[in-house]
Design a protein. Structure first.
Length: 141
């Protein structure tokens, strides 16, 4: 019981710290913690697109700019070398070939469905959703 109360107080303080920040700033902070987690998760694996060792970038299969609903979806983000991510614009043909090997074909199909729904409905960030994402990735990394 005491631990639950302490955690609630910590969560309230955490929310207070971020509640007045503008949404673009919250996205920036969430990206930092999310990418830090992805780098930790994929440590020791090669670039998802070309297999080069020591990749440095957290690359999205579905672009974070075009598909914001997948910006923080761990199934859509994997380590890439800077050549593939920055200079080859994600090297998406190779990324697509190797993605099912990392997450499974069913997950790739699920990502495709999320994209189709987002195209029809659109997407807008919610402040509390972003704060929850920051909380989740900060505790994971």
């Amino acid at each position: 019981m005491r631990l639950r109360i302490l955690r609630t107080i910590m969560e309230a303080n955490f929310i207070k710290r971020y509640i007045d920040k503008p949404i673009p700033k919250l996205i920036e902070v969430a990206v930092r913690y999310c990418h830090r987690y992805i780098k930790k998760r994929d440590s020791g694996k090669g670039c998802i697109s070309c297999g080069a060792m020591n990749p440095t970038d957290a690359g999205h299969f579905y672009s974070a700019g075009h598909y914001p609903s997948l910006r923080f979806d761990e199934r859509n983000i994997h380590l890439q070398c800077s050549k593939c991510n920055r200079f080859l614009h994600g090297n998406l043909n190779e990324y697509r070939k190797r993605l099912p090997l990392r997450v499974g074909e069913g997950i790739v199909d699920r990502l495709d469905l999320i994209v189709e729904n987002a195209r029809r409905k659109g997407f807008k960030w919610d402040r509390m959703a972003l704060i929850e994402i920051i909380w989740r990735y900060k505790s994971k990394s």
